[in-house]
Write a protein that binds this ligand. Structure first.
Ligand SMILES: Cc1cc2nc3c(=O)[nH]c(=O)nc-3n(C[C@H](O)[C@H](O)[C@H](O)COP(=O)(O)OP(=O)(O)OC[C@H]3O[C@@H](n4cnc5c(N)ncnc54)[C@H](O)[C@@H]3O)c2cc1C
Length: 393
């Protein structure tokens, strides 16, 4: 219902308006099979979205991208998340989370080799940073990278990797042991690894309690040999490559929070007007209508904040973009927890008895969003750290 925002350009507004019915017609029918175990439907959704140019916003036209930027990408993330969180996360991770490091830091030959296939949905990408002992604190990474001549050899494991069980290509981060550095951050190094490389193994795909239909996996790397040209940026630059990627990631995630929440809100709003109890529509009870009023306001506020953060990135403002992105994402996750919970209350029995329905799916996405891309606590940690830096200046 609230598909507008004063601060969109006319082109963005039109795009958003046209995208919504297209997604409803083409992607919505795939959701139920996709979230109940048919991964081919997730792949099909990705390919259909690729044909509609929905995977190339941050990529150069040279490789088939649209170069539309992060604000445009946030519109896609929001509208696609309205349809389903798992399908959107699969798209976002492949196109953008995997996409940012490769588009900025891979050698031109590798960009040419992989980006067009990612944009066409012919390959699925993933980003592997998290490990058993390295969650919020990525400097605790233990995945080891050694050198054999010019080649890199990876040994270690990663967990909770979205698209991990199905990806064709991953950006993988580990500690380059040959670097003579005391600060663990300065040893973290990123490499591109094809999943068909000998020694790469999908240990298991997790039984998800939200975002069902996506592949989130534990991965093992045993003497995985990677040629030198697969290095992302420079040796020891991996930590900063990740920090840069996470700014864009969090904007996509914040937009997805808006999408999940708005889908649940719209359903609740409709139900509140149609459902009668005590001889009147339940919308007539302030307990219901005030809740909806607050939810609508919060959704719009996070959309604005997300757009603002995206505009900072698109304008190249590397100082403001990180705090803006964490603020949008922190507010987005908290808003989503509350709005989807309220929608569930408004629909009551009708929501609870529809496990794969839109409201319950959005409701189960809320805690997922609280964790992925850095927990909401970590977003607040980043915000307060930036505030202190400003005071010290
Ligand atoms: C569905 C899903 C998909 C994911 N996809 C990916 C992926 O594609 N690639 C990838 O690399 N990772 C991925 N992750 C991992 C995700 O980024 C981590 O789970 C997340 O960063 C938190 O790490 P953790 O789970 O180890 O929690 P921990 O870091 O152990 O945190 C536990 C608790 O401590 C709190 N905490 C920790 N440090 C601080 C602090 N400094 N201040 C305040 N509170 C703190 C946290 O907020 C949290 O409440 C995914 C996770 C999930 C659940």
């Amino acid at each position: 219902m609230s598909n507008d925002c004063f601060f969109y350009t006319e082109e963005e507004r039109q795009f958003k308006e046209e995208l919504r019915p297209w997604l409803e017609e083409n992607i919505a029918p795939l959701v139920k099979p996709a979230i109940t175990g048919d991964y081919d439907k997730v792949r099909q959704a990705l390919k259909l979205m690729a044909k509609k140019n929905l995977l190339g916003s941050i990529h150069s036209k040279e490789y088939g991208g649209t170069e539309k930027g992060v604000a445009w990408e946030s519109i896609i993330a929001e509208e696609s998340a309205r349809i389903n969180g798992a399908i959107e996360m699969t798209r976002l991770v492949s196109a953008t989370l995997f996409g940012v490091p490769i588009s900025k830091h891979a050698k031109p030959e590798l960009r040419k080799k992989y980006i067009p296939k990612i944009i066409k949905g012919e390959m699925i990408g993933a980003i592997a940073m998290t490990e058993k002992n390295a969650g919020s604190d990525l400097t605790r990474m233990q995945t080891r990278i050694d050198k054999d001549g010019d080649d890199y050899i990876i040994n270690g494991s990663k967990r909770f990797i979205t698209n991990g069980g199905k990806a064709d290509i991953l950006s993988v981060y580990g500690v380059l042991e040959t670097l003579d550095e005391k600060n663990p951050r300065k040893k973290i190094t990123g490499l591109l690894v094809e999943s068909k490389t000998p020694g790469f193994k999908v240990v298991r795909e997790f039984d998800l309690a939200g975002m069902e239909g996506a592949s989130v996996a534990e991965l093992e790397f045993k003497d995985v040999r990677v040629p030198p040209e697969n290095l992302l940026g420079k040796e020891g630059q991996g930590f900063w490559i990740l920090m840069d990627e996470l700014v864009v990631e969090r904007i996509g995630m914040a937009a997805a929070c808006v999408g999940h929440s708005e889908a649940a809100f719209d359903r609740a709003m409709k139900h509140a007007q149609e459902r009668e109890q005590f001889k009147r529509p339940i919308y007539g009870f302030e307990g219901v209508s005030f809740r909806l009023a607050g939810d609508y306001s919060k959704i719009r506020a996070v959309r604005l904040q997300t757009l603002e953060a995206a505009r900072y990135v698109d304008a190249g403002d590397e100082v403001t973009a990180p705090i803006a992105s964490s603020m949008a994402f922190a507010n987005g996750t908290e808003m989503e927890l509350s709005v989807t919970n309220h929608a569930l209350q408004t629909l009551a029995g009708e929501a609870i008895t529809d496990r794969t329905g839109l409201v319950m799916c959005a409701h189960r996405m809320a805690p997922v969003m609280w964790v992925v891309g850095g927990t909401t606590d970590i977003q607040k940690f980043i915000i307060q750290r930036e505030l202190v830096k400003r005071i010290k200046k």
